[in-house]
Design a protein around this ligand. Structure first.
Ligand code: SF4
Ligand code: SF4
Length: 358
């Protein structure tokens, strides 16, 4: 019998980016001499060959409908050289080879309702996680928080008036993706999960759920003659890690799932070590559709940072210089018992809180 011919596997994963690059970028790859920032939202890169490329950046809402995508692509075809790319903060960038194409491109974007900016010392687009649209465990809608906050920070996106750039992030659960930045707005559960004992036996793989808990607060139990689970609420840190593998352990709650704001996260770079963000505001209402309480706190932090930080200081550098007590004084945010990390593993984690020691 003839040997079966196996089909060639279809590769998946990230495609080779070079095939989509603007030809000028491809030609000068690895051979750029310097770059300039002629105005907010525009970058000019000059290659050793003398060729130059202009980049125009506009914010997008990340979760894009097909009509908006088509509109953005049409602008790229008509006013740019037919190439676009998305940044990790959901901005779209157009590359053009000639300065004379920059102004018509910006006009087309602004006429289309898009905001040009997000470069250098601005508040860049807030990076966010999936929210209610895609994920199965969110306690809030990260995209909605982003939209309502960026509506209020629009001038900080299109102008470069901050001491240094500001990265804001949101995260719609307490344990998974997102949530690290100069300012992070994250979900914060404040009550242990509620268990629907009728469903656990049929839906959850109990050993995996037990293994998932970081503080060993879950154990198997028989409830109403059915296999289920129980939670030692004194141990539970309300992280929500048991909810993804076991949806009957519902942790999201209209009243008790709150937002928390963390400040001062930054990656390491050539000059400094990574810095970890610290909790500065807790128990903020998770209040759709505009989240006014969280937005007000973010605006308050940004205002003080803008007034008090020196040029080039990122938020973490500024707080390192003035100290956390002064940060709370300047921002007027209350320092409460919730800022003190009193978890039993705290011997190892106290340095990650703003807890002030004498
Ligand atoms: S942060 Fe959590 S809830 Fe939000 S998309 Fe990621 S895993 Fe899902
Ligand atoms: S919420 Fe977190 S700490 Fe509490 S039981 Fe679930 S996994 Fe354990």
């Amino acid at each position: 019998m003839a040997q079966l011919q196996h089909r060639t596997p279809i590769e998946s994963g990230c495609p080779d980016g070079f095939q989509y690059m603007h030809p000028l970028m491809l030609k000068n790859f690895g051979n750029w001499k310097y770059h300039e920032h002629p105005r907010p939202g525009v970058l000019r890169h000059i290659a050793n060959s003398g060729e130059e490329i202009w980049t125009v950046r506009a914010g997008t809402q990340r979760i894009l409908d097909v009509f908006t995508l088509r509109k953005l692509c049409d602008i790229g075809d008509q006013y740019a050289d037919g190439h676009v790319r998305f940044t990790i903060r959901s901005n779209i960038e157009y590359m053009v080879s000639d300065e004379s194409k920059v102004d018509p491109l910006i006009k087309a974007l602004e006429d289309g309702g898009f905001i040009v900016g997000g470069t250098a010392n601005s508040v860049a687009m807030i990076s966010h996680t999936q929210g209610w649209l895609h994920c199965d465990i969110p306690g809030t809608d990260a995209s909605g928080v982003v939209k309502s906050m960026m509506d209020e920070l629009i001038d900080e996106f299109r102008n470069c008036t901050m001491p240094n750039r500001v990265h804001i992030t949101t995260s719609c659960c307490q344990i998974n993706c997102g949530g690290q930045g100069d300012i992070a707005i994250n979900i914060q559960h404040t009550k242990p999960p509620k268990i629907n004992h009728d469903l656990v036996g049929n839906v959850c793989e109990r050993p995996s759920v037990v293994a998932r808990c970081p503080v060993a607060a879950i154990r198997p139990a028989m409830v109403n003659n059915k296999p289920s689970l129980e939670v030692d609420e004194k141990k539970c840190i309300c992280c929500g890690a048991c909810y993804p593998p076991c949806p009957p352990m519902q942790i999201n709650d209209a009243e008790h799932s709150k937002l928390a704001i963390w400040v001062g996260g930054n990656h390491s770079n050539a000059r400094s070590k990574p810095s970890f963000q610290k909790l500065v505001a807790a128990g903020i209402p998770n209040n759709p559709p505009r989240w006014p309480e969280a937005t007000a706190i973010v605006k308050r932090i940004l205002k003080v940072y803008k007034e008090d930080a020196r040029d080039w200081e990122r938020i973490n550098d500024w707080i390192d210089r003035i100290g956390w007590p002064r940060f709370f004084e300047l921002t007027g945010l209350p320092f409460t018992k919730f800022h003190i990390d009193n978890w039993r593993g705290a011997r190892k984690s106290l340095n990650a809180s703003t807890y002030i020691r004498f």
